[in-house]
Design a protein around this ligand. Sequence first.
Ligand SMILES: CC(C)(COP(=O)(O)OP(=O)(O)OC[C@H]1O[C@@H](n2cnc3c(N)ncnc32)[C@H](O)[C@@H]1OP(=O)(O)O)[C@@H](O)C(=O)NCCC(=O)NCCS
Length: 167
Amino acid sequence: MNSADSPVAICPIARKHIAGFRDCLNAVSRERRYLAFLKAPPLPAVRKFILGNIRTGNPQFVAMKDGRVVGWCDICRMNRPTYLHAGILGVGILKEFRGQGLGRRLILAALERARKVGIERVELTVYVSNKRAIRLYKSVGFVREGVKRKGRKLNGTYEDVLMMAKL
Ligand SMILES: CC(C)(COP(=O)(O)OP(=O)(O)OC[C@H]1O[C@@H](n2cnc3c(N)ncnc32)[C@H](O)[C@@H]1OP(=O)(O)O)[C@@H](O)C(=O)NCCC(=O)NCCS
């Protein structure tokens, strides 16, 4: 099997993935189209985030191709006492790996883990222009709960932000 044929593995994030995860987050952020970040946070902040997720059992999975992180999905439990049953989902795939089912595989792995650790409500926000993401979220059971009008502003341009959740 040559490298082009090697499968993409979905695995729980580990300490060894920290730098690769940051590179992946950075690449998707720099597209400036899909995420709230416009670039990845500094490495120490990313390390703290990931080690926190590992320690607390927050679901976080990475898609690995030939040792490289090409995608991720995390569900971060909210930390207010009355919101502890809820978590916020984030997901991203490198451009060249989109449309191959990896987003679906990552989200399903994270949702399964969320169920096991007792997260009862998973919520997310998505820009209304992000049709691919919205279609994927709907297909795995997320429903629209509302819209933050002009919720995003970049270079003077606004966009509505959809709020979705799955119970
Ligand atoms: C959104 C994203 C995570 C989806 O992951 P993906 O691996 O590209 O999507 P998948 O291949 O798993 O496809 C899942 C579903 O998305 C939809 N989809 C896939 N490609 C699509 C396309 N080009 N146009 C419209 N819908 C598409 C389909 O409904 C597909 O289901 P199907 O296979 O039954 O047709 C990924 O495209 C991505 O990282 N985008 C940039 C970052 C981002 O938008 N993150 C989410 C911010 S809220």
